[in-house]
Design a protein around this ligand. Structure first.
Ligand code: 6SD
Length: 270
């Protein structure tokens, strides 16, 4: 996969040299290129911002450097060249659709992703419209809170997407069981010592009874998800829930009633 990131703070992306993503780059599984937006300016001060039309606080990123940077990246895109397909341009924004694990899986299939990191009050909107001619543009949010720029959002998305590229994670089995891939949060994990500070590892995990361990873990996933993310419980397909699952959900305040999952408080009696 090829990834291009455009930012006025290219050093922010240095963390992508580390750990699994850094290793994937060195092994040529990931061709990641970080570009300094100021390299696409032509004035002495390398200006990337200007005052907003209509007034208001702060500055807006000028269109010309963005058009030059994104134009160069599109022309050099391996997908545009090989298949005539458009590369995907992700624009982090608190006003975007929320990036989730399903999106990470979808984007991990792409040949070429580009990321445009805004700063100040954001990028002149016409850049987004103009970029749609060469890119499949996706304004994406990493959650409902406000950052100062797109760089931290890009770090999160590149890590979430990059680890799904075949070969990046040594043991692909670890991708199967993880949080969100089955719509549930992860079960709790423990290691040695079995007794620590007066706290014991749950006995069933020391039993060697694999069926019982699997049931225990599934129960913990359902219990945790019900307590912390009840919204995820309501999105489960009730057809995927066995007798043990329904029992665990009942104890966590949910019922399967007439083919639907509902909070037990909404069960109509009589
Ligand atoms: C000015 C940006 C770009 C400012 C952002 C994204 C999310 N989820 N929160 N905040 C953000 C992105 C903020 O450029």
């Amino acid at each position: 996969m090829r990834i291009d990131v455009v930012s006025i703070f290219p050093e922010y992306l240095a963390a992508l040299d580390l750990s699994l993503i850094g290793k994937a780059r060195r092994e040529n599984l990931l061709d990641l290129n970080v570009h300094d937006l100021r390299d696409y300016t032509h004035d002495r001060h390398r200006t990337v911002d200007d005052t907003p039309y209509g007034g208001g606080a702060g500055m807006v990123m000028k269109p010309e450097p963005w058009a030059a940077a994104l134009g160069r990246i599109a022309v050099e895109s391996p997908v545009a060249t090989a298949t005539g397909e458009k590369p995907i341009l992700i624009v982090p924004s608190p006003a975007g659709a929320v990036f989730d694990q399903a999106m990470a899986y979808e984007l991990a299939e792409a040949q070429h992703l580009a990321f445009a990191c805004g700063r100040y009050e954001g990028i002149d909107e016409r850049v987004i419209e103009h970029a749609s001619e060469a890119y499949d543009v996706r304004p994406l949010s990493i959650g409902d809170y406000v950052l100062n720029g797109g760089e931290v959002a890009v770090l999160a998305m590149v890590e979430a997407i990059g680890r799904l590229i075949p070969g990046v994670i040594g043991n692909p089995e670890s991708l199967v069981e993880e949080s969100h891939s089955d719509g549930l949060l992860e079960y709790p994990v423990y290691t040695k010592p079995a007794s620590w500070e007066g706290r014991e590892v749950p006995e069933v995990l020391l039993s060697g009874n694999h069926a019982k361990i699997a049931r225990f873990r599934r129960g913990k996933q359902l219990e945790r998800t019900a307590a912390r993310r009840p919204d995820l419980i309501l999105q489960l397909d009730p057809e995927t829930l066995n007798r043990h699952d329904r029992d665990a959900l009942w104890h966590s305040g949910f019922a399967v009633h007439e083919g639907k999952i509902i909070p037990r408080s909404e069960l109509a009696w009589g």
